[in-house]
Design a protein around this ligand. Structure first.
Ligand code: SAM
Length: 247
């Protein structure tokens, strides 16, 4: 499958007398072009030595560190309940949590979409197993684990109202293909919530490759024509950036 190309079919109703006939007449494309990757071990700092739009990509956080994602101090550091409360979700929304890890955000979002569901996407089966175990202990039924691939979130086209990535995007080894897949999965008007530690702020105590500047994020999202809707700056250390698929 060519992930850089997705088709959005437009239906045009042509009226003959009193009869409306739905006719499929046109296929338009969102053919975002990959700006390209540069693999240059000589420029490697603490990441994988692969660069996208001037940014070195970070290593993936292994499932062995899953416990760290649930550390108690994270409530103050990342205010997860306030994050999900600010997503403007409807009870029937379908939300993809991309790079879900142990489900720290998935379980909070699931409470806000009782008639919808959360698609918790991760490339590590061990993370999905942790989510399944927590679902069983907590009796949660509206989270579906999705085994993603490094270059594909494996979500059906036109199937989600929102996607959230928390502390995850900077470690996607194929950011172009991932956002392309998310864009295709979003319904028109759907939103992407991208949370990363603030790269502009030296006082945020996180290693540089695990941070991103707003300028860099906007540059990378603009490849897809995603509209930068707003940035919420209520978090101690992160940007909560919101992008909208406008058509
Ligand atoms: C630092 S953890 C953050 C987990 C979670 N979002 C949270 O805030 O607790 C990043 C997660 O992204 C996952 N990941 C990395 N690349 C991915 C990709 N291409 N698709 C889906 N998940 C990915 C990793 O396996 C890891 O579980």
């Amino acid at each position: 499958m060519n992930h850089s190309l997705s088709f959005r079919l437009r239906k045009v109703a042509i009226v003959f007398g009193s009869a409306a006939v739905g006719l499929l007449i046109a296929a338009s494309t969102h053919a975002a072009e990959n700006p390209g990757y540069i693999e240059d071990p000589s420029r490697r700092t603490t990441g994988i030595g692969k660069f996208y739009m001037g940014r070195e990509i970070s290593f993936v956080m292994g499932h062995q560190a899953a416990g760290w994602l649930n550390r108690p101090g994270r409530i103050q550091e990342e205010m997860p309940d306030e994050v999900v409360a600010n997503m403007g979700l409807e009870p029937d929304h379908v939300v993809a949590d991309i790079g879900a890890g142990s489900g720290y955000f998935s379980f909070r979002i699931a409470k806000l979409v009782p008639e919808g569901k959360v698609l918790a996407v991760d490339i590590q089966q061990e993370m999905l197993d942790i989510i399944e175990a927590t679902k069983a202990t907590e009796g949660v039924t509206n989270i579906d684990g999705v085994k993603g691939e490094i270059d594909n979130p494996n979500l059906p086209a036109n199937s989600i109202d929102a996607a959230i990535m928390v502390d995850a995007y900077h470690e996607f080894s194929h950011p172009f293909e991932m956002i392309d897949g998310i864009y295709t999965a979003l319904r028109p008007g759907g939103r992407i919530f991208l949370l990363e530690y603030r790269g502009e702020d030296a006082s945020v105590p996180i290693r540089p490759l695990h941070k991103m500047t707003q300028e860099q994020v906007i540059k990378e999202m603009s490849v897809f024509g995603l509209e930068w809707t707003e940035t919420l700056d209520f978090l101690p250390w992160q940007h909560m950036m919101i992008f909208t698929k406008t058509e």
